[in-house]
Design a binder for this molecule. Structure first.
Ligand code: AMP
Length: 184
């Protein structure tokens, strides 16, 4: 049973590394960004509410996100583990997740922090070309990361659950570092 939470700025490689590890652990990769992008593409009610925030590089409000994650973690395929990518993004979400996981008796094993310098992040995101990857939105997403998400590093460090990995290395090296550190 593997339950991991991936932290790190946009462009740190969370999605790529989570995708590499799900093949190893055979658990679902739960990316709240992917769930939201699908909702936007399908023009669901959630998608319509989320789209403006996403295009502006803002966090989608917690009242939408908390219900979304509770529903997703209650689905059948999540009962045998998961890799969470993109949630939590702020302290309120992290506190809600602690409460939720205690309630459903599914403690996480580790929180993986992918450490990548800002210049590298900017260069990577500029190449990616997603709708929310233009220069000013990228900068705003990094500001949002710094002010709202990065406090979670301390939040999880103080719970003795944090693993930090140098994400500024070739993809395969990051994956093998990760495999070693989370081999449980
Ligand atoms: P990501 O693919 O994780 O970079 O997410 C893309 C966008 O989706 C973010 O910039 C936010 O607008 C939104 N988003 C994804 N996850 C969350 C979350 N946990 N809380 C709020 N907004 C989120």
């Amino acid at each position: 049973m593997t339950r991991l939470i991936f932290l790190g700025p946009p462009g740190a490689g969370k999605g790529t590394q989570a995708a590499a590890l799900v093949n190893l652990f055979l658990v679902p990769h739960i990316s709240t960004g992917d769930i939201l992008r699908t909702a936007v593409a399908e023009k669901t009610e959630l998608g319509q509410k989320a789209e403006t925030y996403m295009n502006a590089g803002e966090l989608v409000p917690d009242d939408l996100m908390l219900g979304l994650i509770r529903e997703r973690l209650n689905q059948e395929d999540a009962q045998s583990g998961w890799i969470l990518d993109g949630f939590p993004r702020n302290v309120a979400q992290a506190e809600f997740l602690d409460y939720l996981l205690a309630d459903i008796h599914q403690p996480y094993d580790f929180v993986v922090n992918l450490d990548v310098p800002d210049e590298v992040i900017l260069a990577r995101l500029q190449k990616r070309g997603r709708q929310d990857d233009n220069e000013s939105v990228i900068r705003h997403r990094l500001d949002v990361y710094r002010s709202q998400t990065s406090p979670l590093i301390e939040f999880y460090r103080s719970r003795q659950k944090l693993i930090s990995i140098n994400g500024n290395q070739p993809m395969e090296t990051v994956t093998s570092d990760l495999k070693q550190l989370v081999s449980i």
